[in-house]
Design a protein around this ligand. Structure first.
Ligand code: DX5
Ligand code: ZN
Length: 225
């Protein structure tokens, strides 16, 4: 059940890249056809891991024209949104579970001409979207519990993707569905067919020696030759 209109996009997550060679890793993924570069920001509070901040986003902005898809897994996102916008984020996604004033947060992102995303953990119901449809450009469905790369895809998320696709189609909304966590070459097609527009892939792209070829294979699998 896809929209049937657009190709599925691949967003390599740099979480699994070699940070000592980050520029080269990103360039390799881009030359394999990466549509977005997914940047996982973790604060050690909302998730039990700590990663990177706006400095890395601004460094990446200088070396690639591919849009930067920034996934904030942090508490109190309002405090940091401006810094990530200033660093050159093209998409900023905040977690539904972290915001007291989600509508205000999403609106603040969009006012600065950055696309606004809302992420839902696997156990978070789609009901949270009911009063936010006009405020989102992208909905990110987590298919693992956030915090770490290379976890196993949680299968209950497939019907959730289908349900969200149906809702967006029924309302004829222009909102992207992104799926993040545990996406591999052997489940990418099923995930795309459930209705995803963007597949995040971290370990599937950067584990191993050839990110360029890994992205190429994922794109081939979901979009054909
Ligand atoms: C999980 C992150 C994901 C993760 C994806 O907390 O948000 O973006 O890096 O990595 P893989 O594809 O290895 O599950
Ligand atoms: Zn992510």
């Amino acid at each position: 059940m896809t929209t049937g209109k657009n190709k599925v996009q691949i967003a390599p997550s740099i979480l699994s890249a070699d940070f000592a060679r980050l520029g080269d890793e990103v360039q390799a993924a881009v030359s394999g056809g990466a549509d977005l570069i997914h940047v996982d920001v973790m604060d050690g509070h909302f998730v039990p891991n700590i990663t990177i901040g706006p400095l890395v986003v601004s460094a990446l902005k200088k070396i690639t024209a591919v849009p930067l898809d920034v996934h904030l897994m942090i508490e109190n996102p309002d405090q940091y949104v401006d810094a990530f916008i200033g660093a050159g984020s093209d998409f900023i996604t905040v977690h539904a579970e972290t915001g007291y004033h989600l509508q205000r947060t999403l609106d603040a992102i969009r006012r600065q001409k950055v696309r606004a995303g809302l992420a839902l953990n696997p156990a978070t119901t789609l009901n949270v979207l009911e009063h936010l449809w006009p405020d989102v450009d992208l909905i990110l469905l987590m298919s693992v519990n956030p915090g770490f790369g290379n976890q196993k895809f949680i299968p209950q998320v497939w019907p959730k993707i289908q349900q969200l696709r149906q809702m967006i189609n029924d309302k004829t909304l222009d909102i992207l569905i992104e799926v993040d966590g545990g996406v591999k070459i052997d489940n990418a097609v099923q995930t795309a067919q459930a209705g995803a527009d963007i597949l995040v892939a971290g370990s599937a792209v950067f584990d191993g020696k050839n990110p360029q070829e890994n992205v190429r294979q994922l794109k081939l699998a979901v979009n054909g030759g």
